[in-house]
Design a protein around this ligand. Structure first.
Ligand SMILES: [Zn+2]
Ligand SMILES: [Zn+2]
Length: 245
């Protein structure tokens, strides 16, 4: 073992004693060295997404024996080729997203990265040339102080910092928060909301969009549409969670 890693281990051990790991959901103290910060009971309530899924949008198909295109994707294929999420957004996981998204709680980052490493959907995504977090409007970014999608992209792909680009896709128009709108209103609300700042790095590239929650997919679809219009070859999407429809 080299000296630096021995020191790192020692550092981690000291940190574990000073700040014992706690469950992200209920705060229960966990045994040191765990990378997924859920106690057994909370971890068991989290619904990890696994096939069968719609191969395109990643919708869960609990009643099917095998993966197949869902009705919505058969009617109209989205601008992204594939979207995947790690777990279901429900009453158990919502506080986790809320703490992370609105309060900037960063203790979840190693958990998110570990969840991705163990996710059954991880291998379904191609290795991208560029990773682009869904952008916030600059006014919202000022209010919140950080873009949760960028934080998430960095936690998911700690080894790929050089291909994470938060400057290429811009939210140019202020939009009503999507949560209060239905599917059609969401799509209308997002029209011309995004633009590509510089299309040359995007042209011919395989892009992975990252966001926190997949609700109707309209935000990711709008981002993918704009990227495609600017010459991107393929666009996939990865979110932390997904609303069960
Ligand atoms: Zn717990
Ligand atoms: Zn689908």
């Amino acid at each position: 073992m080299s000296l630096p890693s021995r020191f790192t281990n020692l550092g981690a051990a000291i940190l574990d004693i000073m700040f014992p790991a706690r469950c992200l959901l209920c705060g229960k103290q966990l045994r040191p060295g765990t990378d997924i910060l859920f106690c057994q009971s909370c971890g068991g309530r989290l619904t990890i997404i696994r096939p069968p899924l719609c191969p395109c949008c990643g919708r869960l198909l609990p009643d099917s024996a095998a993966s197949h295109l869902c009705g919505a994707c058969l009617r109209q294929r989205p601008a992204f080729s594939k979207a995947r999420a790690l777990f279901i957004y429900d009453k158990f996981s919502a506080p986790l997203i809320h703490e992370f998204k609105y309060r900037g709680r960063t203790t979840g980052q190693q958990t998110f990265s570990a969840l991705l490493r163990r996710s059954p959907v991880r291998l379904e995504l191609n290795i991208p040339d560029l990773i682009i977090p869904v952008p916030l409007h600059h006014k919202r970014l000022r209010q919140r102080g950080f873009n949760q999608a960028l934080t998430l992209a960095r936690s998911f792909f700690p080894q790929d910092k050089q291909i994470i680009r938060a400057d290429l896709l811009i939210r140019q128009r202020w939009t009503t928060p999507q949560a209060s709108l239905n599917g059609r209103e969401r799509r209308k609300n997002l029209r011309n909301a995004f633009m590509v700042a510089d299309s040359s790095p995007v042209k011919g590239r395989n892009i992975l969009l990252v966001d926190d929650v997949f609700t109707t997919g309209s935000t990711l679809n709008e981002c993918a549409t704009v990227l495609r219009r600017n010459g991107a070859r393929d666009i996939q999407a990865l979110t932390l969670s997904r609303v069960l429809e």
